[in-house]
Design a protein around this ligand. Structure first.
Ligand code: P6P
Length: 337
């Protein structure tokens, strides 16, 4: 099926887009379509909460920490509840892992064919200062038999086994960007209609890229090879852009080209970002848009998960920039005899 067959005009509503694409799969029974609709609905609800957060006293901290030991923001908790409720009630999902939940959630929907890994609200430290934040999700087909409770094997799958992945970006406009393995499409939310509308069809990560995105405040802790790559970027007079919200930094690079780096640091020796509900989803999107994503040595999508909340270094973006970065990072390997 070539991309032209998938092409639908800008202005197509998400529901029609999902239905049209389902028609391309004669054996599709509609569960994945419904699951995508459920995620979009929860995204609309969370979008509404975010847009009025300052007015209804839901900014600031919740007064508890999540499994990562990070201070939960009130909106972290609200988003987590909204997405888990939407996924559980939709009936298509037998299990969920969430950044905000220590353990695998058994939805008790034993006929559900899918499992979802989700970061309900990424970049939440930016909420109170009105900077863009996002939701990131990965969808896998379960491995255990339907009709039984979800098992760990269902969620501990390599990223290349994802059936779909995407993110919501709550920003100057709210967008839903996702892939089902046939390219990447972006939908802009039209609040007056309550609809996501196709605005960015068949998105491609520009190869002619000159933006690097990294928290330079961690520079002293970076491995020597990372410092050498960053010096290379400065020698090339690339632009440094860092929003501090992964979805926003990724989305800018998806549109304009660039690389986002979160290397190992003293505070986060295995990197800060989580493999299952941040790295894998964005790596799938990046590759579907012609980009690349590694942990400095391995393709992100090939990493075999060992722990639910395991962290990974992340170098993701335009393929040419990720490849050049990899050459710097592997000089140690290349020169080791
Ligand atoms: P730092 C937000 O907490 C987040 O998970 C990503 O959204 C963001 O890219 C990164 O951490 C920012 O981390 O250490 O630069 O503040």
């Amino acid at each position: 099926m070539n991309r032209e067959e998938w092409a639908l005009p800008v202005g197509t509503a998400l529901d029609r887009f999902i239905s049209k694409h389902q028609e391309q799969f004669p054996y599709a029974t509609g569960e994945l379509s419904q699951l995508l609709r459920d995620i979009a609905l929860a995204g609309k609800i969370v979008n509404r909460e975010i847009n009025r957060a300052g007015l209804i006293n839901i900014t600031g901290t919740f007064g508890a920490q999540n499994v990562q030991g990070e201070e939960q923001q009130k909106l972290d908790v609200i988003a987590n509840v909204r997405f888990i409720r939407a996924l559980r009630n939709g009936g298509e999902v037998c299990g969920i892992i969430s950044e905000e939940e220590e353990d695998l959630i058994d939805t008790e929907k034993y006929e559900g064919k899918y499992v979802v890994a989700i970061d309900p609200l990424d970049g939440s430290s930016n909420i109170d200062v009105n900077v863009s934040i996002g939701t990131i999700f990965s969808i896998y087909r379960r491995l255990s038999p339907t009709g039984t409770p979800v098992q760990m094997q269902d969620v501990m799958q390599e990223g290349f086994k994802q059936v779909a992945a995407g993110y919501l970006l709550y920003s100057s406009s709210t967008m839903l960007v996702y892939t089902t393995g046939h390219g990447v499409n972006g939908f802009t939310y039209e609040p007056s209609l309550g609809e996501f509308i196709l605005s960015h069809a068949d998105m491609k990560m520009p190869e002619n890229a000159s933006i690097y995105s990294v928290n330079e405040g961690n520079y002293r802790d970076f491995p020597k090879e990372v410092k050498e790559y960053l010096e290379h970027c400065k020698d090339k007079r690339y632009s440094g852009r860092y929003i501090g919200s992964l979805v926003a930094d990724f989305h800018r690079n998806l549109l304009k080209g660039g690389i986002y780096l979160y290397p190992p640091t003293e505070k986060a020796p295995k990197g800060k970002l989580r493999l299952l509900y941040e790295g894998n989803a964005l790596a799938f999107i990046a590759e579907q848009a012609g980009g690349a994503a590694t942990d400095g040595e391995n393709r992100i999508l090939n990493i075999v998960p060992e722990k639910l909340h395991q962290r990974t270094p992340l170098y993701i973006g335009s393929k040419s920039m990720v490849d050049t970065c990899s050459q710097f990072l592997n000089t140690k390997k290349l020169t080791e005899v």
